[in-house]
Design a protein around this ligand. Structure first.
Ligand SMILES: [Zn+2]
Length: 131
């Protein structure tokens, strides 16, 4: 019995980024539900915890990895845009920051140059931006 449990845990997928974020989101929902006494948030936190646990203990590595890669792709896009948003606020007088749509690379262009064609330093993608 002990060996079966050990083998099951050893072959499980483990905590990936999607499972971790679901877990953290569930905890946030649960804490908010304690203050607001909202049953919907409690149910959502339980569902999130269940899905996170299910994904972590799943034996289907390929399927879970595929889901995690899809999530990571969108997560990285959102993170890049949030970073660029804050950089644009911080350097609004001198530079404008943009994100390459094909590789999410941050690019900095000088302000007040009109329309410029930007070439991405990572993937060589060219696109027009108003600075
Ligand atoms: Zn690029």
């Amino acid at each position: 019995m002990k060996d079966k449990i050990k083998r099951f845990l050893r072959n499980s997928h483990g905590m990936d980024r999607l499972s971790q974020h679901l877990y953290y989101l569930s905890i946030v929902f649960f804490v908010i539900s304690l203050f607001t006494k909202s049953n919907i948030l409690r149910i959502l936190s339980l569902i999130g915890l269940f899905i996170s646990l299910f994904r972590s203990l799943s034996q289907k590595h390929f399927k879970r990895t595929k889901e995690d890669l899809l999530y990571t792709k969108y997560y990285n896009k959102v993170v890049a845009r949030v970073k660029v948003f804050w950089l644009n606020i911080k350097h609004f007088k001198t530079h404008k920051y943009v994100v390459c749509k094909s590789c999410n690379q941050q690019l900095r262009i000088p302000k007040k140059q009109g329309k410029v064609i930007v070439t991405c330093s990572r993937c060589r993608n060219k696109f027009e931006v108003k600075s």
